[in-house]
Design a binder for this molecule. Structure first.
Ligand SMILES: NC(=O)c1ccc[n+]([C@@H]2O[C@H](COP(=O)([O-])OP(=O)(O)OC[C@H]3O[C@@H](n4cnc5c(N)ncnc54)[C@H](OP(=O)(O)O)[C@@H]3O)[C@@H](O)[C@H]2O)c1
Length: 287
């Protein structure tokens, strides 16, 4: 049996629908079952919290493989590591962790450093592991959908940096393939989309799909921080995001890999097909 954490989130939700489509049985550990988009009588649901050890133990009963994914939070590293230890003690054979492409021993920003240290913790438990390290999520652009729709522009502090942004559906599909397949133990997969793009190019290509001119405005780090302060109340989160974006601006995500097509046997999602899927959100609905 497979256990998914984060199944109400972007990657976990995608992994859940991929497993369901493939007819692979699985269980989810969720805080609020009402947030699940995959509702099927074949899916076992354990209501709990990664911060609640009893619910984690209930969720881990009889589990062979588990997906470790959680949103960024000051307690994320601690909770993911405790989950890994509990999984090892409960007899789980293989953990698949959603990490990030900047995770490395040299990472200076707190989010990728935490991911790297959690990876090392998982290795030390002795269970089989696979680390999925995605590039920038295409879904991050949804945060700017309202601005794109109303002003035809969006702003980020990324200057002319390039990323090979990836669709979280592809990340979830890879997670499902790794969880239900063999030969992935001890592998690190860096997951990217098909194209290296500046955000000027992202704007041009998004605009092409929604049939309106979209412009990317380069923000200073100070402007970015002031904008974020309106939405993020946690000082930790604010600092973590600003630090991460400074690294991306300096080129930390400026490479692409073939991992998605190698693992899925199909090319990764393009920015056009992502934008088409969300065209009602970004602009005129092309249906
Ligand atoms: N954004 C990017 O560009 C990017 C790129 C590479 C890697 N990443 C990594 O991707 C991960 C986030 O993945 P995502 O986008 O799929 O996350 P997401 O959409 O933010 O969802 C987070 C999930 O974690 C669950 N969760 C949070 N706290 C929990 C707790 N205490 N107990 C149980 N579940 C909890 C949430 O449940 P609720 O629904 O109950 O809140 C939700 O299901 C992060 O580790 C991030 O560093 C992000």
């Amino acid at each position: 049996m497979i256990l998914l954490t984060g199944a109400s989130g972007r990657v976990g939700r995608a992994a859940a629908s991929a497993l369901l489509n493939a007819g692979v049985p699985f269980r989810v550990l969720v805080r609020d079952p009402a947030k699940l988009t995959v509702t099927d009588p074949r899916v076992e649901v354990v209501t709990g919290d990664l911060g609640d050890p009893q619910s984690v133990l209930r969720a881990l009963e009889g589990i062979e493989r588990a997906l470790v994914v959680m949103g960024n939070h000051p307690d994320q590293a601690e909770l993911e590591r405790r989950f890994a230890t509990s999984a090892q003690e409960a007899g789980v054979a293989h953990l698949v962790k959603i990490s990030s492409m900047e995770a490395s021993a040299e990472a200076s920003a707190v989010l990728p450093r935490n991911h790297y240290e959690t990876e090392q913790h998982i290795v030390a438990t002795g269970v089989d592991w696979t680390f999925l390290r995605p590039n920038f999520y295409m879904q991050n652009m949804l945060m700017y959908a309202e601005s794109i729709k109303s002003t035809g522009s969006f702003a980020l502090p990324l200057a002319a940096a390039v990323t090979a942004m990836v669709d979280t559906q592809d990340v979830g599909d890879v997670a499902a393939a790794v969880l239900s397949g063999d030969g992935h133990a001890g592998q690190i997969y860096e997951l990217t989309g098909p194209d290296l793009m500046t955000f000027h190019e992202v704007a041009r290509r998004l605009g092409g799909v929604v049939d309106q001119s979209v412009c990317y405005r380069e923000q200073t780090p100070e402007e970015f921080r002031a904008t974020l302060e309106r939405f993020i109340s946690s000082r930790w989160q604010l600092d973590a995001v600003c630090e991460l974006f400074a690294e991306i601006a300096a080129g930390s995500l400026a490479y692409r890999t073939e991992a998605v097509s190698d693992l899925l046997g199909r090319p990764p999602t393009t920015i056009e097909s992502f934008a088409q899927r969300f065209s009602a959100v970004f602009g005129r609905d092309h249906g």
